[in-house]
Design a binder for this molecule. Sequence first.
Ligand code: AMP
Length: 216
Amino acid sequence: MATFIVLLGPPGVGKGTQARILAEAKKLAHISSGDLFRENIKNKTELGNHAREFIDKGELVPDDVTIGMIRERLNRPDCKAGAILDGFPRTPVQAMALEKMLADFNGQISAVPYITAPEEVLVGRIGGRWTCRLHGHVYHQMFNPPMKAGVCDIDDSELYQREDDKVETVTMRIRVYLEQTIPLVEYYRKTGKLVEIDGTKPVELVSKDLCSAVSK
Ligand code: AMP
């Protein structure tokens, strides 16, 4: 049976970075809904143009669009053994849709790590975040700077600040998270699969906690 890990946590808590590390350690695909949207925006697809209207304002993209995009992604061969889901589901409707999709794929959610940090930490982290244009590798000007300013260590591409990482939008994203995604935390807590992880620790320590939490 395919194994899926749903990574929960507020914007800026380090979900993307941790999802990449975990996917590599567990040899599972990494599915980031945010990265998929950004790829569509970069390629100027119809889905990308539609999603951009919501993303730039810090709002969630409508459920039907998001669910359709994830369904298509889960159908690709690299998800046969399972995947780390980063940024999806984000609403109860998406969580229900995921249950149905996994039933079709003979998959199951094995763990739901929930990475947390206080709001002031999140705002500080997002404000200094730089993202690589080619593959979305993430850096922070204070906590995880690239070796050469403005250039990705891994693929040499240019680093940029995401439109939705600007201070005005960040507050909105955190509000949206509290309203729409927090109910999911309670939903997964009831399933007994939720494991809380302290996201204020350094990256390596968070990934150590995360790896042991999903191995239990
Ligand atoms: P992220 O990179 O996960 O912070 O996502 C960036 C933006 O993409 C979010 O602020 C939303 O506008 C949109 N987005 C990503 N995932 C979802 C989702 N599961 N449902 C709706 N919108 C999403």
